[in-house]
Design a binder for this molecule. Structure first.
Ligand code: LHQ
Length: 260
């Protein structure tokens, strides 16, 4: 059977994208990152999809770059990692950031190196409280990539970001949640129920409202006057959209809203 390194199931408005090399903790081969890039782009373009979910098959989320593909004994010379980043990793990170649809990462087990970067590129991250987020780049003689230096510096501040990255350190899911790096850590036996409930909640929410929220939060670094313009524009779009009328009516009629 040919390997399917990324599996996608689309139903009920949810695209469930699963990294699928469980025997290698879903380490990233070229085939896997190409498949992941395509799966994410397809889900973003699919009008039936309201929410994207990323998770890993088996006991890991993603152990980062597959180091067996980088065995220096089997390579002709150094790889052009800058080009690889631009070709394969940047589209993943940028598409996740730029899509108006919410993206959830369910970190079931270890998320290392580029695997941690992919998980933390999601809008909402829930994790097994024991799952390590391992910032292991320096341990294999690498800098940092796939946007992770920025994410860590913004979420944790430069002091903690540098301490973790320079030492190739790790945070448990619980520590990551306590530090504000992710939304929530739960015991392993509750993770899948929490994940499913979260996806259902988002799939039933207003796609338009969530798009405006993503746009506003992404603009948080702008000067206040510019930020307020972005926020007001998104709210203006919301005010003209039928979801707003439906949300208000549902409240007044004491029923669940039925959004577009
Ligand atoms: C693996 C891997 C792996 C291959 C587990 N590769 N096989 C980004 C993009 C562009 C350019 C270059 O680089 C980057 C940045 C990066 O991603 S750098 C970070 C690369 N990742 C790592 O350094 C993590 C390496 N893995 C580990 O340290 C451990 O495997 C962890 C701590 C993740 C898990 O440890 P254990 O729970 O003890 O599991 P294990 O080590 O026994 O792994 C299970 C299997 O998975 C094993 O295979 P085997 O055939 O022996 O059963 C591992 O060799 C394989 N595996 N990670 N990255």
């Amino acid at each position: 059977m040919p390997e399917t390194p990324v599996e996608t199931d689309i139903s009920g408005g949810i695209a469930r994208i699963t990294l699928n090399r469980p025997e290698k903790l879903n380490a990233i081969t070229r085939k896997l990152i190409v498949s992941l890039r395509d799966a994410i782009e397809n889900a973003v373009d699919d009008e039936s999809v309201r929410v994207l979910s990323l998770t890993g098959a088996g006991r890991g989320f993603c152990a980062g770059q597959d180091l067996s593909e980088r065995d220096p004994r089997k390579l002709d010379g150094p790889l052009d990692l800058e080009s690889l980043q631009k070709e394969l990793y940047h589209p993943v990170v940028l598409t996740l950031a730029e899509t108006h649809k919410p993206v959830v990462a369910c970190v079931n087990g270890v998320a290392a190196g580029a695997g941690a970067a992919i998980a933390l590129a999601a809008d909402i991250v829930i994790a097994n409280e024991d799952a390590p987020f391992a910032f292991s780049f320096a341990r294999v003689g690498l800098s940092v990539d796939a946007g992770l230096g920025r994410i860590l510096a913004r979420a944790l501040g430069p002091a903690r970001a540098k301490a973790l990255l320079l030492q190739g350190g790790a945070l448990s899911g619980r520590a990551a949640a306590d530090a504000g790096l992710i939304w929530k850590a739960v015991p392993a036996d509750q993770l899948f129920d929490e994940h499913a409930a979260l996806l259902d909640r988002l799939a039933g929410s207003s796609t338009m409202a969530m798009a405006g929220i993503k746009t506003a939060v992404a603009a948080a670094g702008l000067p206040l006057d510019e930020y307020l313009q972005v926020e007001a524009k998104a709210q203006g779009q919301a005010g003209r959209h039928p979801d707003y009328a439906e949300g208000v009516l549902a409240f007044l009629e004491k029923r669940k809203a039925n959004f577009y």
